[in-house]
Design a protein around this ligand. Structure first.
Ligand SMILES: [Zn+2]
Length: 188
């Protein structure tokens, strides 16, 4: 079944892409797709509701050291997870929280930054330079929302949610996760 679906997907892709690109893309994801086969054989989340069972939304960084469910004793289905670089409250986060709060059972939100976050260790200029040095394009037209005072940034991001009329009813807290100990400290 899965093989047929993959063959179909590849056939569709091949009509749009050069063959070598398709093969390369397929190989790029082989490890995780094989792991998914094992996941499917033991799948246990069928029937789970789309609403957040614990009424919780979590905004945290994309940092791969963070385990959003495990660090809070949550299970799949309990919370909506939003992630970006630095756990910053962007327009897209606000948009998503509106949907989560009115349609998906969310009545509280945690903004969780973390220690040793690169988004608070470099300046915008340093990141643009680092990308260029890594062979990337000139990214100076992008804002990466770098900061220097992380705790203040978390607190002001929480305030941004509080002060947005669409989300005035939401309970929101700001937190810092320690990547060395796993401990979460509440800031506001
Ligand atoms: Zn980070």
């Amino acid at each position: 079944m899965a093989e047929r679906a993959i063959a179909h997907a590849l056939a569709l892709s091949a009509s749009r892409c050069a063959y070598h690109v398709v093969v390369e893309v397929e190989r790029s994801f082989q490890d995780v797709l094989e792991a998914n086969e094992a996941y499917v054989s033991g799948f246990r989340l069928k029937g789970l509701q789309a609403t957040a069972a614990r009424g919780l939304a979590i905004l945290t960084c994309m940092d791969s050291r963070i385990e959003p469910l495990g660090m809070l004793g949550l299970d799949p289905g309990d919370a909506k997870i939003l992630r970006n670089a630095g756990a910053r409250v962007t327009d897209d986060v606000l948009r998503t929280l509106v949907l989560a709060s009115y349609l998906l059972g969310v009545d509280r939100a945690m903004v969780i930054g973390h220690t040793s976050c690169r988004m608070f260790a470099n300046t915008e200029d340093q990141v643009h330079e680092a990308i260029a040095e890594a062979g990337g394009p000139d990214t100076r037209s992008l804002s990466f929302l770098m900061g220097t005072e992380q705790n203040e940034a978390i607190i002001s991001d929480v305030q941004r949610i509080h002060s947005w009329p669409y989300l005035a009813h939401l309970k929101v807290g700001g937190f810092l996760y320690d990547t060395d100990s796993g401990r979460i400290t509440q800031l506001c």
